[in-house]
Design a protein around this ligand. Structure first.
Ligand code: HAM
Length: 430
């Protein structure tokens, strides 16, 4: 059997490919990244790209040793038989903050807005919308602790999905407080869960000692049953004065701008670097357990990675999940445009001439040619198959007069156009 791609990955394929239903349309994917780019760059964000593998320690310290991502889902990198101490990145934030510190980006105007998109890797149980290689659009703002930055980040995330045409989205907003608030909350959770430890899943028994808050994030139905039964008080009840004031300020900005959100007191997020504002973007068709995107503030992360104390906030959404949501809402994604013109030779000796005509147009438009000579009917069909606006033929008459027989495939109108006037004809006609 021919070799297959690894489980939990997808190929990105051109329009018209037969297996697009199980794979990704590369033009739909690009539509999402370009829409994000337009919205984010209008807000002043610059593009950044970091390696897709990083030191394990960056991820362990950044994302957190008690998270499922670090404990169970890391793809480790081996080379020449040795473990290189590297992992495929499970997310983008830790790498971007590392790059910020390592490259002295503090010298750029603050707060610095950065965005990226690219593949992320988590060895998860594969299901619809849950992949092992997935792709995120990621936005980060580094260098400000102002609640205005939080509100703007949330606004931007909503703006990207609005610009994509999605309507069934909902922002679930919470706060996970400052580290001292979390300590208090963890102490409360430890006391609450310890008498029930025997019934918890093995993972959650472990969480109880390492980071009890992670129990709330458990994917086990038994754990979730116990959580419901114990009537666990939410993190939001444990916010200290400063974190509570910050949260109120973020909400006030969102209210003033008319951004719809729902306060979700139980939001915990699956990564350890968060502080204060945390939120998720949900969609009716993705299911309650999986978010379209999520984000939050991570003021302690830069220091955790060995850099100067620098506040930051950001979000990421999963491009594959966005594509599922777009399809569920029946939103037509523009496919990539075909060539303006397809040029075919009627005899083998004119193929180089057809090629030359196409090459001369490429400074200003997409132009293709036939590598073999064709009969007129076949040439027109080929032009149509490629989505061309025009198809042009070169036979002995055209070669003799230095012209092409150009047909508009939509209207059927035909014209003899001189080779040197072709570019102008194609840009001014219609
Ligand atoms: P996250 O919530 O782990 O946050 O992931 C963000 C989004 O990536 C999810 O909401 C989901 O759409 C997508 N995603 C995550 N795992 C998978 C998967 N296995 N398959 C498909 N899609 C997936 C972060 O990664 C943070 N770095 C976000 C952030 C940026 N926070 C601050 N700045």
């Amino acid at each position: 059997m021919a070799l297959q791609r690894p489980k939990g990955t997808q190929d990105h394929l051109p329009d018209g490919s037969p297996k697009l239903s199980s794979e990704i349309s590369s033009s739909a994917f690009r539509h999402v990244t370009q829409t994000a780019r337009t919205v984010l760059e209008r807000a002043g964000a610059s593009f950044i790209a970091t390696p897709i593998f990083e030191e394990s320690e960056l991820v362990t310290r950044g994302v957190g040793g008690s998270t499922d991502i670090v404990r169970k889902e890391m793809f480790k990198v081996f080379y020449a038989g040795d473990h290189g101490g590297f992992v495929m990145r499970p997310e983008g934030t830790a790498g971007i903050v590392r790059a910020y510190i390592q490259n002295g980006l503090k010298q750029l105007p603050a707060p610095l807005k950065l965005w990226t998109h690219g593949p992320m890797f988590r060895a998860e149980n594969v299901q619809k919308g849950r992949l092992r290689q997935f792709h995120q659009v990621d936005y980060e703002v580094i260098g400000s602790a102002d609640a205005l930055v939080d509100a703007e980040a949330i606004w931007l995330m909503v703006e990207v999905v609005r610009e994509l045409g999605l309507s069934g989205v909902q922002v679930k907003l919470g706060s996970i407080g400052d580290p001292s608030d979390r300590e208090t909350y963890n102490a409360y959770l430890k006391e609450l869960f310890t008498p029930h430890a025997e019934r918890l899943s093995d993972d959650s028994k472990d969480r109880l000692t390492r980071n009890p808050m992670r129990i709330l994030d458990s994917k086990s139905a038994t754990d979730q049953g116990i959580i419901a039964e114990l009537n666990v008080r939410p993190m939001l009840d444990f916010l200290g004065e400063e974190a509570a004031a910050h949260f109120a300020q973020v909400r006030a900005y969102l209210d003033a701008w008319g951004v719809a959100y729902e306060v979700d007191p139980s939001i915990v997020r699956g990564l350890d670097y968060y502080r204060r504002t945390a939120w998720e973007l949900h969609h009716q068709n993705i299911g309650a357990k999986s978010a379209l995107g999520g984000g939050g503030r991570y003021d302690g992360l830069a220091a955790e990675l060995g850099g100067p104390d620098t506040p930051g906030i950001g979000w990421a959404f999963g491009i594959e999940r966005i594509l599922i949501a777009l399809e569920a809402e029946g939103i037509q994604i523009p496919t990539s445009a075909g060539p303006v013109i397809y040029i075919a030779a009627l005899d083998a000796e004119y193929v180089p001439l057809a090629a030359k005509a196409a090459l001369s147009l490429r400074a200003s438009m997409r132009a293709e040619f036939g590598y073999k000579h064709q009969k007129p009917g076949n040439a027109f069909r080929e032009g149509e198959r490629r989505g061309a606006t025009y198809t042009a033929l070169i036979g002995s008459d055209e070669a003799a007069t230095g012209t092409l027989a150009v047909k508009h495939l939509g209207t059927g109108e035909q014209s003899a156009v001189k080779l040197e006037e072709l570019a102008e004809f194609l840009t001014t006609d219609s």
